[in-house]
Design a protein. Structure first.
Length: 389
């Protein structure tokens, strides 16, 4: 695998930040909107990531979608040195020891290992929520009590690939979480280590795949919740930030129960996430800049983003390949992000790209997104069959 698509000799002089993640295109776009010049290290090296970056460095991939830590440290030593700030995306919540080693060698901007452990170690996090009086599902180390429906999850996992119904774990690194029925939403917020600022709410959904019934499908927003629930969530996030020292842009996954005012906090993701595509637009200021400011201890004076005049609703969803194919479509629509280079072989069930849509409200944006997902797969499939003839 080539180490880069560009000449290394210019990248350090041109760049002012390094972004690392499993798939870092959304963070690269956010950095560009905020006026930054980023070197991007991720597993995919999609076409638009390369266009957005000063330099795009493909990282070596281990099983699944895991980043090879040896390759990561080697590439950061070359491209970040000790002076460029390093911002992490997905791929590190399960390994606070790697984050600790990164922080020791590089200028890491974001949450350190102690915060990650407090938020992503399930029993510690559950105990914290209990102590703070925040509603949450119970967790179990090995087996579920009789009559309690549970989901098995990988500690530090993301994207829903690892989640399945189970009443017993498969071993070390896994846990059970009580299953809570209801509507899934996410709260986008900032922390400065002491206080929180709630920015927006979105709805989220799953796109079930073989052996991955809770695989992440997409998000749409902004939406509003019951005002009383919004206030309770904001106060809960304030307590969590104060207790854990969380900094930067983060999100909290919630389930709204079937009874009025009922909600549960499922998890906190202490990093910029998938809703960058939904919310990194006017009237909100550049979210990457807010992330850096919050990591430095400054929160903005911003009201909760609400649907209405002057606020477009947006949806972003992942297209997963229903069958193995090779990308042969000459040009992808401008509403496609995370664009795989022509000729890329994508196996059944793997993510192909991100599809974007908008609408008058979140419901319409999601409907438009669904139409675009169906249309794009038909076009990709047709182009692949034509090329094989």
């Amino acid at each position: 695998m080539p180490s880069s698509w560009r000449d290394h000799s210019r990248s350090r002089d041109e760049a002012d930040v390094v972004i690392v993640g499993i798939a870092a295109r959304a963070l690269a776009a956010a950095a560009r909107r905020a006026g930054h010049r980023a070197i991007v290290l991720d597993l995919f090296g999609d076409d638009d990531t390369r266009e957005l970056a000063v330099e795009a460095i493909p990282l070596r991939r281990l099983g699944g979608f895991a980043i090879d830590p040896d390759d990561l440290f080697e590439q950061l030593a070359i491209h970040a040195g000790t002076d460029l700030p390093v911002v992490l995306g997905t791929g590190f919540e399960h390994a606070p020891e790697i984050v600790e080693a990164l922080a020791a060698r590089f200028r890491l901007v974001g949450n350190g290992p102690a915060t990650l452990a407090a938020l992503k170690e399930p029993r510690a996090f559950s105990a914290l929520l209990g102590a703070l009086g925040i509603p949450h599902p119970r967790v179990f180390a090995e087996r579920a009590p009789a009559g309690v429906a549970t989901l098995e999850k990988r500690i530090g996992g993301s994207g829903g690939w690892h989640v399945r119904e189970a009443d017993e774990t498969r071993g070390t690194g896994w846990y059970l979480q009580e299953r809570v029925e209801g509507r899934t939403v996410s709260a986008l917020f900032l922390g400065d280590g002491r206080a929180a600022r709630l920015l927006a709410f979105s709805e989220q959904w799953c796109e079930p795949g073989e052996d991955a019934p809770f695989r992440y499908g997409g998000a749409a927003g902004p939406i509003r919740l019951d005002p009383a629930v919004e206030g309770e969530v904001e106060r809960a996030l304030e307590r969590i930030v104060g207790a854990t020292g969380l900094v930067g842009l983060a999100s909290a996954d919630l389930v709204l129960g079937t009874r009025d005012g009922e909600w549960s906090l499922i998890e906190v993701n202490p990093r910029p996430g998938a809703t960058l595509d939904v919310f990194d637009h006017a009237p909100l200021p550049p979210l990457f800049g807010l992330h850096l400011d919050a990591c430095a201890g400054t929160l903005p004076e911003l009201a909760l983003l609400a649907p209405g005049p002057g606020v477009a609703a947006r949806a972003a969803g992942v297209l997963y390949a229903p069958a193995a194919f090779e990308r042969r479509l000459d040009a992808l629509p401008d509403w496609v992000a995370d664009r795989p280079p022509p000729g890329t072989r994508i196996e059944a069930g793997e993510p192909v790209c991100t599809v974007l849509a908008d609408g008058q409200d979140a419901h319409q944006a999601r409907e438009n997104l669904s139409l675009r997902l169906d249309h794009l797969w038909r076009e990709l499939n047709r182009a692949g069959r034509k090329a094989a003839e």
